[in-house]
Design a binder for this molecule. Sequence first.
Ligand code: PGA
Length: 270
Amino acid sequence: MELKETKLTPLLVANWKMQLTVAESRQRLSELQKSLPAKQKNIEIVICPSFMALPSLAASLSGTPIRLGAQDVAWDERGAYTGEVSPLDLVDLGLGHVIIGHSERRHLLGETETMVARKMISAYSHGLMPILCVGESADDRAAARHEDVVRHQLETALRSVPPPGRGRHMAIAYEPVWAIGTGQPADPALAAAMGATIRQILINQYGPVQAERSFRLLYGGSVDDTNITKYVHSEGFQGALVGSASLNPSIFAKMITNVARSTSQKSKST
Ligand code: PGA
């Protein structure tokens, strides 16, 4: 069946990882806000700073169109989990989004597929929109098992969550591990091929209407202002997950403006 692009607003997610102190996060956010028009149309922007910076940024973002997200969430609300952060606290701060299963958590911190699946349930049941990350390593691709790896990650993560719909949305970020933080983004056609595979898995699982209405596919891995429009819109992705380039407020502002402009051009031409 022919895959139609979703009508959901494009989503740009900034993943600040553990790159900035709280004071630096405040500073970068204020620079970003100064670089953007007061009303940003045709795009949804989510900033995911460190947990420590969330309360202070939540206060300065209240009433603005920029949303705040977390980089992770615990699978339980409370309990003996030293160092974990409860979904209750994320909700209390007014967050709407959470990144789940980022490859750095999977590969550097030993997060398993079972843990990812439990975190998906945690996010969903607390009304947080999951931004689920999937993607193969360089070895997986060299061994031509990239599709199997991504399929397995996706199916395991989605297995226990209730079907989307009735306002419940999700974003799935395809992030080939070998493209993250390397300055070597995946070739747009290669990314698009995996995007189509992911979209087909969603169609098989939820049907074409729900797969289109409830899921945005994001590309992530060395996206910047010079290449973002090669992925968003033109290659079947409806947004991007941005690491390094999102740390520079003027570059990230340019990315936001470029995507918003291409969205408005696209909607005029359809
Ligand atoms: P990058 O990171 O843009 O620096 O490659 C992306 C990510 O880790 O989500």
